[in-house]
Design a protein around this ligand. Structure first.
Ligand SMILES: Cc1cc2nc3c(=O)[nH]c(=O)nc-3n(C[C@H](O)[C@H](O)[C@H](O)COP(=O)(O)OP(=O)(O)OC[C@H]3O[C@@H](n4cnc5c(N)ncnc54)[C@H](O)[C@@H]3O)c2cc1C
Length: 240
């Protein structure tokens, strides 16, 4: 694994992909190759009132040795860092000081177990490179993505993940909405990801479970996994 290093990255693209969520595309400085593993993240050092303010974001693009990468950032109401980053203009190619790669939220060899990924919001970000790697390394492993959001339009990558279920038979996508459309058009699960995990996985003793999102969801689902028979050392978490 590459040790983390201070580097400067340049914003090349900034696109809204869901309400309040931006896909930011970066390139590294000329000659700087960044090697990261699926699940890792980058920390930016933003400046506020003369002080350095660190903010971390998971890589949302295929892992490896790269000179370009994407991040998925939710603009948090009144959030200093996310508002600043989401308002940057790609055309002016701003340069940002950062430290990368960071993080121990890594994909483990499944070793014959099924793999369940559970995310809410931009917690889905590290799962894109993880799923891509798992599919390449172990395509026969039964793999689930439980992805919760409030509204249908918040479900980033919904159509792409559905398409994956056709091209990757071992992959199952379980989108969950807490506020489905009133017109009855939503055919997926309703409620919170915790309820879907409880209903769909009565026995998690032979699973690896990856949880990523806001601490409340991660903590509740982690406790639930224990009740469903999943040993602690088979549950891997990243709290935003
Ligand atoms: C390892 C790691 C990886 C992360 N990866 C991502 C990522 O890929 N994408 C991403 O969008 N974020 C990610 N985060 C969260 C990110 O680092 C910031 O915490 C987030 O952008 C908020 O920072 P801010 O400066 O905008 O808000 P702040 O100014 O720090 O907070 C403002 C207020 O908003 C609240 N708040 C903070 N976050 C949220 C939230 N998510 N929802 C609702 N209220 C919130 C705070 O409690 C506070 O009251 C990650 C965090 C960690 C630790």
């Amino acid at each position: 694994m590459e040790p983390p290093r201070r580097r400067e990255v340049v914003l090349e693209g900034n696109r809204v992909v869901a309400p309040s969520v931006h896909l930011l595309s970066f390139r590294t400085a000329p000659g700087d190759i960044l090697t990261f593993d699926p699940g890792q993240y980058i920390t930016f050092f933003l400046t506020r009132a003369g002080k350095s303010v660190p903010r971390s974001y998971s890589f949302f693009s295929t892992a490896g040795s790269v000179d370009r990468f994407d991040l998925l950032i939710q603009q948090v109401p009144d959030g200093y860092g996310s508002t600043l980053l989401c308002s940057l203009e790609a055309g002016s190619q701003p340069v940002l000081p950062a430290l990368a790669p960071l993080g121990r939220f890594l994909l483990r060899p499944p070793g014959g177990r099924e793999v369940v990924f559970v995310a809410t919001g931009t917690g889905v970000a590290p799962f894109l490179p993880m799923l891509t790697a798992l599919r390449a390394q172990s395509p026969g492993t039964p793999t689930w993505l439980v992805f919760g959001e409030r509204h249908r339009e918040d479900l980033i990558g919904h159509d792409e993940f559905l398409a994956w279920t056709k091209a990757w038979p071992a992959f199952h996508f379980l989108p969950v909405l807490s506020r489905p459309p009133a017109d009855g058009s939503w055919k997926g699960a309703v409620g919170h990801v915790q309820e879907t995990v409880r209903d769909r996985f009565p026995d998690l003793s032979n699973a690896h479970v990856y949880l990523c999102g806001v601490p409340e969801m991660v903590n509740e689902t982690q406790a639930l996994c224990a009740k469903l028979g999943c040993p602690n050392d088979q549950v891997f978490v990243e709290r935003y």
